[in-house]
Ligand binder design. Structure first.
Ligand SMILES: [Zn+2]
Ligand SMILES: [Zn+2]
Length: 212
């Protein structure tokens, strides 16, 4: 059984644009059929003690709850995974996509282009020169035609596609997700799977993208 993980989620603790109460996150994720959640706040990465405390408070110490972060470059947003929480502070404002992804790579992280074709937040052609592990092609923040052009972009760049909720409200959690072929129980495991392309879009996402 593949693991279904939502790897792009915001909570109100560190993302003022989100209404998600972190305390409700894990219970809702389980109800939504998720096997794991990665919190990706804007410009902030939850520390391991914070993640531990939330798991404990939720009464689910074994649930896969990880953290990366989302960085706003001067041209589009990137999701960063696999860094120490403190390394997030090195990502000051004003970096280009190439600078941000290069810094993440230098620190041992992997990057995904978030909603790369979202109107007003799209990347330019320089995205093709960035070290990226994947392209987000489906989320609650991508409209039908933006999903289609994101999928075309992934194909053109020979990069795998991921889907994630980009949830800012609990009802969006798990609305989209990615399936990982290998058992993942840590950021190291997720990082490895992302780097090696060991994931796929769930069938319901593929079906939804085909009919829309
Ligand atoms: Zn946001
Ligand atoms: Zn986001």
């Amino acid at each position: 059984m593949p693991m279904r993980i939502d790897i792009h989620v915001h909570t109100r603790r560190y993302s003022p644009c989100s209404t998600i109460d972190p305390e409700a996150l894990i219970g809702t994720a389980i109800q939504a059929g998720l096997n794991g959640v990665v919190i990706t706040e804007h410009e902030y990465q939850w520390s391991d003690p914070e993640l531990d405390a939330l798991r404990e408070a939720s009464g689910m110490p074994g649930f896969l709850l990880l953290a990366g972060f989302e960085y706003r470059t001067v041209r589009g947003d990137v999701l960063v995974y696999g860094l120490d929480a403190s390394a997030c502070e090195e990502f000051g404002p004003g970096m280009t996509p190439r600078e941000a992804t290069a810094l993440a790579a230098a620190r041992g992280g992997v990057c995904i282009a978030a909603h790369p074709t979202r109107e007003g937040m799209d990347f330019d052609m320089a995205i093709g020169e960035c070290p990226l592990a994947a392209i987000e092609v489906c989320s609650t923040n991508l409209r039908t035609w933006e999903r289609r052009s994101a999928a075309n972009l992934a194909t053109a760049l020979h990069l795998p596609a991921i889907a994630a909720s980009d949830a800012h409200a609990l009802t969006d959690l798990g609305r989209y997700a990615t399936e990982f072929e290998t058992f993942i129980d840590s950021m190291a495991g997720l990082h490895n799977a992302l780097r090696n392309g060991k994931f796929q879009l769930p069938e319901f996402v593929v079906a939804e993208m085909e009919i829309s």
